[in-house]
Write a protein that binds this ligand. Structure first.
Ligand code: GDP
Length: 436
């Protein structure tokens, strides 16, 4: 079946792109725009509907299989981006036998089926379309360009090669397994296990960057948590009020901190008094803080005496302490790790605090260089790979070792989609929008 869809965002725009993919793409192009133009060369044409009525002037492109994005014959119409124009083009295409509207992600799925993309590249494509910050874009592009596929396919080839060597030896049992062979295989398994373990033990850098970081602003009531959030968001996102306990729920704003996607949550102040609603707010505050990648713990400079102040939370290694209202009183030196004097009124120290937060998060994010896994799906398969490698490393019966190596190769193959992955395909491609 040949599919068609609007590839650009719906709504009014200067240009809209409609794509067609499948065996009837050439017939569709000819029906609307006349003879096929030279492959991959734009031609200016008058588009006409089935009755010969003009629809629009358009740039028309013809991509014969297999050198197209999906690997099938493809036609592309770049029309004026008005709703009526797009609808007329889609209507005209719908009237052609053998054509139907595409499902979400169907173009990418066909590209995968035709070997144009492996699964990690398809995921990279989905992430690239969804990327909101520069660092996310770079990571998605790296994955689309095969950063992960190259690594996993390399490991998989090594495993297939090792199990083949073992099996060849097993096939001649009379001769016994040569010890240099088993020793060589064991060394290679150990090497690979070290590499997979190091790759897994990455502090979830890729996943964090893909999903975005969570920062919680915590501290006692009235220290200026909402004021800081507003200052960060540069808008009135949270209610700032002089009475304690105004922030009863968790309020979040999304920020782009130097390319890093960050969600900052303002939490209810922690204090002992308070009604049921406020207690629920505090429960949520603690939960948000527990799950955060980083906490900004705020103290009030007026309440800081000498010695270690009680800020309501014990700072841990995921905490940055900021002492607010330093326009009212100067906090002395910190008794522990450095703290950041700030004022949400005069803006003093805010830039330094934001820099500290950004630096801390950046050290937890992918920063280019080696490939990094970006999804729980990759992590689960890699953990299974490592478990099989560990079993293989401690195994003595060559048949069982070979079996574990095959299993490990299979897990890696599932990440890139080289082996049975029907079950993940529907879920994965449903993430795409129609026309991708
Ligand atoms: P929260 O309960 O921790 O969210 O605190 P709010 O942000 O609601 O602030 C409590 C009060 O402190 C409000 O009256 C703010 O105007 C005031 N406040 C916040 N930051 C500063 C600051 O840096 N300097 C001064 N002088 N007042 C501040």
């Amino acid at each position: 079946m040949t599919i068609y869809a609007l590839a650009t965002a719906p709504g009014r725009a200067a240009i809209a792109v409609v794509r067609v993919s499948g065996p009837a793409a050439a017939a569709a192009l000819i029906a609307l725009a006349g003879p096929l133009p030279a492959p991959r060369t734009a031609a200016l044409r008058q588009l006409r509907d089935v009755d010969g009525q003009p629809i629009d002037q358009a740039l028309v492109l013809w991509f014969p299989a297999p050198a197209s994005e999906t690997g099938e014959d493809m036609a592309e119409f770049q029309v004026h981006g008005g709703r009526a124009v797009v609808e007329a083009v889609l209507r005209a295409l719908g009237a052609i036998p053998g054509l139907r509207p595409a499902e979400p992600g169907e173009f990418a799925r066909r590209a995968f089926a035709n070997g144009k993309l492996d699964l990690t590249a398809a995921e990279g494509l989905a992430d690239l379309v969804a990327a909101e910050t520069d660092a996310q874009r770079r990571q998605a592009l790296h994955q689309l360009e095969g950063g992960l596929a190259h690594l996993y396919d390399g490991w998989r080839r090594t495993l297939i090669d090792l199990s083949a060597r073992l099996e060849a030896a097993i096939d001649f049992p009379d001769e016994g397994l040569p010890t240099d062979l088993t020793a060589g295989v064991a060394r290679s398994i150990d090497d690979l296990a070290v590499q997979v373990r190091a790759h897994l033990d990455d502090g979830r850098r890729g996943e964090r960057l893909r999903e975005g970081f969570h920062v919680a602003i915590i501290g006692r009531p009235n220290v200026g948590k909402s004021s800081l959030l507003n200052r960060l968001a540069r808008r009135e996102a949270a209610i700032v009020a002089p009475e304690p306990g105004t922030t009863r729920d968790v309020i979040e704003v999304s920020l782009d901190l130097d390319g890093l996607p960050v969600t900052v949550a303002d939490t209810a102040g922690v204090r002992d008094a308070g009604g049921a609603v406020e207690r629920e707010g505090m429960r949520r505050a603690r939960r948000t803080a527990d799950q955060a990648d980083l906490k900004i713990l705020i103290g009030d400079s007026e309440h800081i005496g000498t010695g270690a102040p009680d800020l309501g939370f014990a700072p841990d290694e995921r905490t940055i302490v900021a002492i607010n209202k330093c326009d009212l009183a100067r906090p002395g030196p910190s008794p522990g790790a450095a703290w950041y004097p700030i004022s949400c009124v005069t803006d003093e120290g805010i830039d330094a605090l934001v820099r500290a937060v950004t630096d801390r998060l950046r050290s937890q994010a992918w920063q280019g260089g080696g490939p990094v896994l970006t999804r729980a799906r990759h992590r689960a398969e890699l953990e299974a790979t490592l478990a099989a490698l560990d079993r293989a490393a401690s195994g003595t019966a060559p048949e069982l070792v070979a079996e574990d190596l095959r299993l490990a190769a299979r897990c890696l193959g599932r990440i890139t989609g080289r082996v049975d992955v029907e079950d993940v395909l529907d879920r994965l491609f449903a993430e795409f929008c129609i026309g991708k």
